[in-house]
Design a protein around this ligand. Sequence first.
Ligand SMILES: Nc1nc2c(ncn2[C@@H]2O[C@H](COP(=O)(O)OP(=O)(O)OP(=O)(O)O)[C@@H](O)[C@H]2O)c(=O)[nH]1
Ligand SMILES: [Mg+2]
Length: 403
Amino acid sequence: MELIDRFRAGDRRALARAITWVENGRPEAAELLKALYPLGGKAHVIGVTGPPGAGKSTLVDRMALGLRQRGQRVAIVAVDPSSPFSGGAILGDRIRMQRSLSDPGIYMRSLSSRGHVGGISQATGDVVAVLDAFGFDTVLVETVGAGQSEVEIVGLAHTIVVVAVPGLGDDIQAIKAGILEIGDIFAVNKADREGAERTVAEIEMMLDLGHMGEPGLNRWPAEGPLPGGPAGYQGLERLDPTGHHKDVDELPPGVTAPARPGGGAGAGGEGPGGAPTAPQGPGGRHGSVAPGGISWRPPVVKTVAKDGQGVEQLLDRCLEHLQFLRESGRWEARQREDAQARVQDLVARLVARRVLDRAAAAGDLPRLTEAVARREVDPYTAAEAILRRHFAEPPGRPEEPIS
Ligand SMILES: Nc1nc2c(ncn2[C@@H]2O[C@H](COP(=O)(O)OP(=O)(O)OP(=O)(O)O)[C@@H](O)[C@H]2O)c(=O)[nH]1
Ligand SMILES: [Mg+2]
């Protein structure tokens, strides 16, 4: 395919075309994604989420520029930028991200949630995959943290920055069950406003109390409150020269210890039925303890996106989180989980389509659904009949209806 050759050669127009195909679910898109797959798996995907008007676009713009200055190739995906705060939706984002847009080293794409057959999740995931394959080092994905979107970003991003703003007060309590619990890093933006310190303190307190997320699933330690102490990457400094983890007693104050013995390699993963078990190994988002006793406490960073303050610190934390993911083994675990989820999802969709197409062609589907509507047959029996036939009889034409 000619497009793929141009894509591989780094042609921006080929990239734009590829994204449009994927976004619109064109039939060529599947072939394209197949061909591009071997090229991907390298980009650091950073999700930036938070309430409407928190300054996500402004922050993403600054982050992109900062990463460019660090020599990175950066792509931005703004998902459904349609909050009333920005007024003109995509147009608003274009204005907010002006600085990035004037840098040819930054690629920006807005996706609207309208009109995606497979859902915005699917489309965004595929667009990110295309950008990854193109060779961007970092893909920044902006989503409004409301409803389903925070769930989508968890599956999509390696690192999630939750943007909060001062003055939410009691609202922090209200939203904590939603977007606060998914944060790997917190940015208290609009720190030029009053109350930033208080918001930082409130978030820190919730982290300390372990109120955010299931204990042992997203947070550590598995039981009891978090010890206070330095946020972020508690990594190599806790390893002695032999590479073994130090005993708890030897740790300097404030440094996090493993939640319980034996929480290293092999202890992670899921309990029966995917129930959270503590401690989590590389499978968890933050996990209690990774091999080598490496852990992550979500740091809280103050930013003023409109003039760039705190953005360098925020980027440092993002890169540290990436380092944490790699050294704890979570990056690799994540690749496997994603691979499994993708294959299972595709098998389910492909099988469903084949079975339904055949049942429709044979006339079984309309006949059975009609019977179900009249309550002559129940839906379970109807579905089982269709499946039984599909898997019992080799496909052949012409199809005779189920008798
Ligand atoms: N005072 C102050 N205003 C800011 C800061 N960052 C952004 N803003 C302003 O906040 C408003 C919203 O900024 P956006 O970047 O569009 O926020 P957003 O979270 O992307 O908004 P939606 O995508 O509509 O949810 C704009 O008027 C920005 O100029 C900041 O650090 N301080
Ligand atoms: Mg925005």
